[in-house]
Design a protein around this ligand. Structure first.
Ligand code: 2AM
Ligand code: CA
Ligand code: CA
Ligand code: CA
Length: 285
């Protein structure tokens, strides 16, 4: 029979292929989406391409692993989300899929979106794949095996990196009160950083932290599919991922700080604490 390592390699192979297939749909339709719907908040959009990519990935998973579960942004119910930590406590493999991370960029025709596929067992992400179809950047990780960009080993910036020498990246949540809280955090951290970037995709920010291209990333109110894959990629690249109060990350996500670790992580946490930008339970709803 196949060893657990063989199974993880097989999962990674299927995830890579599915992400690259979805990536072709994304690039072909970038800036040309026809059916753009809002999901509650006016800036929270979904297109027929988000749905087509999610369907395609689900189909590829079902073909190869019919007994695996799938939690996708555009098809999961809020109940499935609430139960996430509990359902994954058993031994099921669960694919956590964001078919397009960066939908607002996709709709606006900005070439910055990725496909994010994290595959978890018993509450832990074991395989992570993030694919940027515009650049061809493919970030991958298997637990315990390191993190890779197009097959080359990557690592975060050295942990002794100072905030003054690091590029900070952030995202802006769609709900207004949460965005205002986020802006307080950005105001507190930005004056100390080398520079600040906001690329519109949490999974790409985190992957760039893993590759040492950005020192850190923080954002309130993220969802499991935004972070599952890149969480593992950052940790396998030697980085640190916590919530914005410094507590351990959970798969249900929420506020995230991903960084190269060390003093930079602690410094950003303390600036966020002073600015009262650490996330609240109500943000998750
Ligand atoms: P999306 O493009 O898949 O929706 C941008 O700041 C980041 O936040 C993106 O990763 C984006 O993912 C995510 N995002 C956008 N709207 C969100 C919402 N309502 N809740 C949680 N995350 C959201
Ligand atoms: Ca979305
Ligand atoms: Ca997303
Ligand atoms: Ca999405």
């Amino acid at each position: 029979g196949a060893s657990p390592e063989d199974l993880k390699m097989e999962i990674e192979g299927v995830a890579k292929k599915a992400a690259m297939e979805a990536g072709r749909l994304i690039v072909a339709a970038s800036g040309k989406a026809q059916n753009v719907e809002t999901k509650g908040v006016r800036s929270d959009l979904v297109t027929e391409v988000d749905k087509a990519c999610e369907d395609l990935i689900k189909q590829r998973v079902q073909e190869s692993f019919p007994d695996h579960s799938i939690l996708g942004e555009e098809t999961s119910t809020s109940e499935e989300l609430e139960r996430l930590d509990a359902t994954l406590a058993d031994s099921d493999w669960t694919w956590i899929v964001d078919p397009i991370d960066g939908t607002l960029n996709f709709v606006g025709g900005l070439p910055l979106s990725v496909v994010s596929i994290g595959v978890a067992k018993a509450n832990r992400v074991e395989v992570g794949v993030v694919f940027n179809p515009y650049s061809g950047e493919l970030f991958t990780a298997r637990r315990g095996e390191g993190a890779f960009l197009n097959g080359e080993r990557i690592s975060v910036l050295p942990p002794e990196t100072e905030l003054e020498d690091g590029a900070v990246s952030v995202g802006f949540p769609s709900k207004r009160p949460v965005r205002e809280r986020m802006l307080r955090g950005v105001s507190a951290v930005a004056p100390h950083a080398r520079t600040v970037r906001a690329l519109g995709t949490a999974a790409l920010h985190m992957s760039y932290v893993a590759a040492g291209k950005l020192a850190c990333f923080f954002e309130l109110n993220l969802k499991p599919w935004d972070v599952a894959a890149a969480w593992l990629i950052v940790e396998e690249a030697g980085g640190r991922v916590t919530d914005m109060a410094g507590k351990p990350m959970r798969l249900r996500a929420g506020p995230i700080l991903a960084s190269c670790g060390g003093q930079l992580h602690e410094r950003v946490l303390s600036l966020l604490r002073e600015a009262e930008c650490t996330g609240e339970e109500s943000d998750l709803r």
